[in-house]
Design a protein. Structure first.
Length: 404
């Protein structure tokens, strides 16, 4: 559980600075200040400790395209010899994204106080991920910040394009499903109640299917607020459940076990793991630190557990590939390529090739799923509406016979 602290400290230049940061306790807050080049001194102060609600539904973030553009522009300006502070000021003037512009202003202020670029970026975790910060830090240490930024841009661009293709392929089925649900709700809530009075006034026999539809429509019409409340409570309960560690574990296990969708999600995670791990190793980040960063990038507890086992294996002096293979989560091709990379010293190159392969696999699988889901949805939606219409027509024939 994170707490919010209000801090006052001095920079390396002796300038008094104040701000807010998030930490588990007061000791961690002081340690974070030290990592950012701030020192308590005589006038230093850490106060607060207010609980931060972890459920943030509408957190402001910077889009992937804006980050890609920023990395490319920053890398180009550094390559031609423009000082870092001047580069950031140029980006602030050119940026159209309000969140990114304000973030870069605060990063510039931190740099002016003597902090490194990586430490300045780490103060904004909603904008810059641990992966991004680790890459920048390695670029600063090795003096290859421009190359690292270009690598970050390429990595972000590939992930953005992959996710965009998935969203685009699923957009049509999602719209069809939404329209279908809306149509059924309208028929049950407004159309069917019109028939209730007519059917009740007649003494003709009413089929079971019609009675079922009428009762369902009456319930939605009379207790729509209760239905909406139940859906809202269920949504909030699920949201709170997955915020807990146990709930997140259960959710992640279910997600990768869903037929058809599970394999797709696994391949997306494997592609992200390979691409990010390769980029970190190419930038000179140590293996253990790289694994510590990429395990959180996967975003799935099952994969995180497997990568933690790999970290323990390395600390004992063993390799990475064996614990990943034993977990059964990573495909044999990936673990085998990692094993070959460990033997040849080309693990970063082989991981990049694996990432390219699984990105193509995801694109092909998404295309097949899209072509399969469309006709299935049409059949399901058509069947639901046909059943409702037929349920309404059958008693009409009975009524006509009754009148005759």
């Amino acid at each position: 559980m994170l707490l919010k602290y209000v801090c006052k400290a001095r920079s390396k230049r002796g300038r008094l600075a104040s701000g807010k940061l998030e930490a588990k306790d007061r000791r961690e807050a002081i340690d974070l200040m030290g990592k950012r080049g701030l020192f308590m001194g005589e006038r230093g102060k850490v106060s607060g400790g207010r609980y931060i609600n972890p459920v943030v539904f509408f957190a402001k973030k910077v889009g992937a395209r804006e980050l890609v553009l920023m990395c490319h522009q920053l890398a180009t300006m550094i390559q031609v010899g423009i000082p870092l502070l001047q580069c950031l000021n140029i980006l602030i003037q050119q940026s159209d994204d309000v969140v990114l512009k304000n973030t870069l202003k605060r990063v510039t202020e931190s740099l002016e106080e003597g902090m490194s670029l990586a430490d300045s970026l780490s103060s904004h975790p909603k904008v810059f991920s641990p992966f991004f910060i680790s890459m920048v830090k390695s670029g600063e240490v090795s003096g290859t910040l421009d190359e690292v930024l270009n690598r970050l841009a390429v990595n972000a661009q590939k992930e953005y394009e992959l996710l965009a293709k998935i969203k685009s392929a699923m957009m049509y089925p999602a719209v069809v499903a939404a329209v279908a649900v809306l149509s059924v709700v309208i028929m049950l809530t407004y159309v069917i109640p019109k028939f209730v009075f007519l059917l009740n006034s007649m003494m003709a026999p009413i089929p079971f299917a019609t009675r079922l539809i009428v009762r369902l429509g009456s319930f939605f019409h009379d207790y729509w607020y209760l239905t909406a409340l139940l859906f809202a409570v269920a949504a909030v309960s699920c949201k709170w459940a997955i915020m807990t560690e146990r709930g997140k574990i259960v959710q992640d296990k279910i997600i990768i076990s869903i037929p058809v969708i599970g394999p797709l999600i696994r391949k997306v995670i494997v592609s992200r793991f390979c691409r990010s791990f390769s980029a970190l190793l190419k930038s000179g980040v140590p293996v253990l630190q790289s694994l510590d960063v990429v395990k959180n990038i996967t975003g799935n507890y099952v994969f995180i557990k497997s990568i933690k086992e790999a970290e323990s294996s390395i600390k004992k002096g063993d390799g990475i590939s064996l614990p990943l293979h034993k977990s059964g989560i990573f495909p044999p091709m990936v673990t085998r390529m990692i094993a070959i990379g460990e033997e040849t010293g080309a693990i970063d190159t082989l991981l990049e090739k694996a990432a390219d392969f699984y990105e193509r696999e995801v694109e092909e699988l998404v295309a097949r799923l899209s072509s399969l889901i469309e006709p299935v949805l049409i059949i399901v939606v058509g069947g639901m509406i046909a059943f409702i219409i037929l349920s309404m027509m059958l008693p009409m024939f009975s009524i006509m016979n009754y009148i005759d």
